[in-house]
Design a protein around this ligand. Structure first.
Ligand SMILES: C[S@@+](CC[C@H](N)C(=O)[O-])C[C@H]1O[C@@H](n2cnc3c(N)ncnc32)[C@H](O)[C@@H]1O
Ligand SMILES: [Zn+2]
Length: 322
């Protein structure tokens, strides 16, 4: 076991949903430590080809170790943001894939690796960049330089934190004394800001704010809808897209985007004929998200908030005709 290895979440349902077979081309947009990718590669050999993308170079090194024994020469790992999916496929002369996976968020490794600031449970600088080589804005920069209003907005939108304004005010007061630069400093401020009586909700009081800052630092939400549309467009006809999310905001975006991709004509009912010309790109495979069973949540508590949704492409063209 390398430090990167962790139990891939919803592994079996994801493999089933992707309906993999030998010879297929597959793309894992969030290859991480290669947990899912390893099993995907096994399922598409002989003859298959896998592209694994991650914006964290350390994750790619771990994925390389996981994949090499399975099928050297049958995969390629790409250091990039999955927002560049279509360009990546072009640059690698990749035919339209039959399977695409996004397993969103941070890996267990990123969370536990000290020094990156993703977790309130690990002391470290407030960094939170998934790609420190290319990103400039850290969580510390947001916390110390953002206006209280901006911070409250981030905590509310990306963390659904009901004490967002109070926490932002407390941060504003605290940083006047000294900059807030570490995970423990921030956690202390959050604990002070949330009234004791409101803290008994089961979650760690800092969980939502840390999640919100991570999403903001990495632009995770802005990317997602477009990435899903690009993935659907890139798929081969009959190809499948599987997406695993870990918080409700992301799950909502996946649900809505899949609904939109599965919707045809949107003309007003009283028009005699369709003028919008919109056609569905495919069908939703999961009317409700698939969630981990009890055995999985027991074995891997991180899986608890995981939700899997799937989409199957049916039409040859994209909704906007591309
Ligand atoms: C939950 S982990 C994936 C774990 C992987 N499925 C496994 O089984 O080992 C998510 C990974 O996606 C990467 N990631 C998140 N957002 C990304 C993006 N926009 N572009 C590329 N990689 C991203 C993270 O660096 C992280 O390694
Ligand atoms: Zn229409």
């Amino acid at each position: 076991m390398t430090a990167f290895s962790h139990a891939p979440v919803l592994l079996e349902p994801t493999l089933a949903l992707l309906a993999l077979a030998p010879g297929m081309t597959a793309v894992d947009c969030t290859v991480g430590g290669g947990g899912h990718a390893r099993r995907i590669l096994e399922a598409i050999l002989p003859g298959g080809r896998l592209i694994g993308i991650d914006q964290d170079q350390r994750a790619l090194a771990a994925a390389e170790d996981a994949l090499r024994p399975v099928g050297a020469g049958h995969y390629r790992l790409v250091y990039s943001n999955f927002a560049r999916l279509r360009a990546i496929l072009r640059e690698n002369d990749c035919p339209p894939p039959q399977a695409i996976l996004l397993d969103l968020g941070v890996s267990a490794y990123q969370l536990t690796e000290g020094g990156r600031g993703f977790s309130y449970q690990q002391e470290g600088p407030l960094d939170m960049r998934m790609d420190p080589g290319r990103q400039e804005i850290t969580a510390a920069a947001l916390v110390n330089q953002g206006t209280e209003r901006d911070l409250a907005g981030i905590f509310w939108r990306y963390g659904e934190e009901r004490w967002s304004e109070r926490i932002a005010q407390f941060i504003g007061a605290e940083r006047k004394k000294a900059p807030i630069e570490t995970t423990s400093q921030l956690t202390t401020v959050i604990k002070k800001a949330i009234p004791a009586g409101a803290r008994a909700t089961g979650h760690h009081p800092a969980k939502r704010v840390f999640q919100a800052l991570r999403i903001a630092v990495n632009g995770e939400v802005e990317l997602l809808e477009q990435a899903l549309r690009d993935a659907a467009a890139a798929l081969a006809v009959d190809g499948r897209l599987a997406v695993i999310t870990f918080h409700s905001l992301e799950d909502r975006i996946v649900k809505k985007t899949f609904q939109s991709l599965a919707t045809g004509c949107i003309c007003p009912k009283d028009l005699p004929a369709c003028v919008c010309g919109r056609r569905p790109v495919g069908r939703i495979l999961t009317p409700k998200p698939i969630v981990p069973d009890e055995a999985e949540t027991r074995a891997n508590p991180r899986s608890r908030s995981g939700k899997l949704r799937g989409f199957r492409k049916t039409a040859g063209e994209n909704q906007d005709g591309r």
